[in-house]
Design a protein around this ligand. Structure first.
Ligand code: C2E
Ligand code: MG
Ligand code: MG
Length: 486
């Protein structure tokens, strides 16, 4: 009887302190170890390092291969890190519990490796605080995941973003180390994922600024301080207006106009993007509806972030929103980037097909700056390839850029995609792109982004007839009325 009771208590203790999927200590256990370390700091000081490991794109692996396979992958990942990066046997890791499953009351001497949350792991390495050595370990963690995993016959590649902090130089106690390593991990994500960052004090300042901005942005969502400006896109042949791109503007009461390049990355890092993205679609579709009511057919392109596009609810909720605003899907285009498509090609392809089936137009934005696998990209039924501004800018002085742009236009056409060039500022660039066969153009040469009422005036006054290109023979006869604002 007593034995059975003891076995039950032991089982309950184990469940409470270990992760059922990987068998590693769980968040409660590692928090306990950090508290022990913090208590010990005063007397003995604390030397060591803490690594915060967050897998990149794990959510979409779960969505694609199912949760069971996701769990198997987590087990394999944790074993690979221990084996390859730490050079230990999984079985030899320090445990945080007694044989009875209770939390230890002394700090473990060896490496403590824990599953902190869904796709987050934390490793505590007592005694290791030499920055060169810490950097080597962080690099080894990232490198250890280089080889794909085989789960249920699927070859799955998963990277990790790693942040590391050392005691005593970075933080006074181990709880603080956890926060600092987390800050460093976010910096690694921001630097493009699948890499590591060691904590430095500038990161703390940046993190505080980011949190402040995120706080203010959360308040701003659905307020009148967030608005859309619209930048026309024109046909290369004829310069008729082909549609507009919606670009988000934040008019902050104290900071003034905050550019999207500053607040969108913050929204992405702090989990605000789905909410912000939904607000953008609401504004864009609301505007589309208003224009339709005025008899204006102006296709609107909306930029979509990875955090929105990766969400399995993205396509159904967009279709629902189109229905609620009674907007013709043919009036909506979404702009996604190469990297968003390449990170999880299968899931992205399925979403793109569903959007096309619903009648929505799709562009690959900022094309030419990523490292796309062109043969993969060819399989996607996207409508437009949008040539990045950095290439458009360079065609005036770089033969290489000229060759890349010509090749991109030819390749896109051969694969059945139309092309649009963004960021056109000079007649020279416009002429080159037109001659290269580019289908549409966008840039300050034609019009800056502007609020809806200004755009309406611009369209009504056919302002696009007076572009600076009027003195060029090939553009002179091209002031045809816009087909999209009939
Ligand atoms: P993007 O989608 O590539 O948008 C083009 C950017 O280039 C816009 O900057 C536009 O104002 C600017 N631009 C257009 N023509 C010219 C030109 O001739 N010369 C120069 N120098 N710039 C030109 P903006 O509005 O600051 O937006 C920057 C980026 O922020 C956008 O790049 C897009 O990635 C992102 N963004 C803007 N609005 C949204 C949004 O609603 N959702 C999401 N997810 N991202 C957005
Ligand atoms: Mg865009
Ligand atoms: Mg772009």
């Amino acid at each position: 009887m007593v034995d059975r009771l003891n076995a039950n208590i032991r089982r309950m203790n184990i469940v409470a302190h270990s992760d059922a999927v990987t068998g590693l200590p769980n968040r409660a256990a590692i928090n306990h170890v950090l508290s022990l370390g913090a208590r010990r700091d005063g007397a003995e000081g604390c030397r060591g390092s803490l690594f915060f490991i967050d897998l990149d794109g794990f959510q979409s692996i779960n969505d694609t291969f199912g949760h069971q396979n996701g769990d198997k992958l987590l087990r394999l990942v944790s074993r690979r890190i221990v084996d390859v990066a730490f050079g230990r046997r999984f079985e030899d890791l320090a445990t945080c519990t007694t044989a009875f499953g209770e939390l230890c009351d002394a700090c473990p001497e060896g490496i403590v490796f824990a599953r902190f949350a869904g796709d987050e792991f934390v490793a505590l390495l007592p005694g290791v605080n030499d920055s060169a050595q810490v950097e080597q370990i962080a690099e080894a963690i990232v490198d250890s995941l280089e080889e794909p995993f085989v789960v249920d016959g699927h070859k799955i590649k998963v990277g990790a973003s790693v942040g590391a902090a050392c005691a005593p130089q970075d933080g006074a106690n181990q709880h603080e180390l956890l926060r600092l390593a987390d800050i460093a991990m976010h910096a690694a994500k921001q630097n493009g994922k699948n890499n590591y960052v060691l904590f430095d004090p500038n990161l703390r300042v940046k993190a505080m600024e980011r949190n402040q901005l995120a706080f203010e942005l959360r308040e701003a969502i659905n307020s009148e301080t967030l608005t859309l400006h619209f930048q026309p896109k024109v046909e290369a042949a004829g310069l008729a207006v082909a549609g507009v791109e919606a670009l988000l503007r934040w008019s902050h009461p104290a900071r003034g106009m905050v550019p999207p390049g500053k607040f969108i990355p913050v929204a992405e890092q702090t989990g605000l993007m789905p909410e912000l993205g939904a607000a953008v679609f609401d504004l864009a579709l609301g505007q589309c509806r208003k224009w339709a009511d005025q008899g204006l057919r102006i296709p609107v392109a909306v930029n979509v972030s990875a955090a929105q596009f990766d969400d399995p609810r993205f396509v159904p909720s967009l279709i629902d929103l189109l229905r609620r605003h009674a907007v013709d899907p043919a009036m909506i285009e979404i702009e996604i980037t190469e990297t968003m498509v390449m990170t999880d090609f299968g899931a992205a392809a399925a979403r793109i097909c569903a959007l096309r089936d619903a009648g929505v137009t799709i562009s690959i934005d900022d094309f030419g700056v990523g490292f796309s696998n062109l043969s993969q990209l060819a399989k996607l039924p996207v409508n437009f390839i949008k040539i990045d501004r950095s290439l458009t800018e360079s065609v005036a002085f770089s033969r290489k850029a000229q060759a890349i742009v010509r090749a991109t236009v030819n390749m896109a056409h051969a694969l059945g995609h139309a092309t649009i060039a963004e960021g056109i500022e000079t007649e020279e660039q416009a002429e080159f792109l037109r001659l290269a066969g580019c289908d549409k153009m966008q840039g300050y040469l034609f019009a800056h982004p502007m609020p809806a009422p200004e755009l309406e005036r611009w369209l009504a006054a056919s302002a696009h007839k007076t572009y600076a290109v009027r003195d060029r023979a090939q553009f002179q006869h091209n002031a045809t009325p816009s087909p999209c604002c009939a």
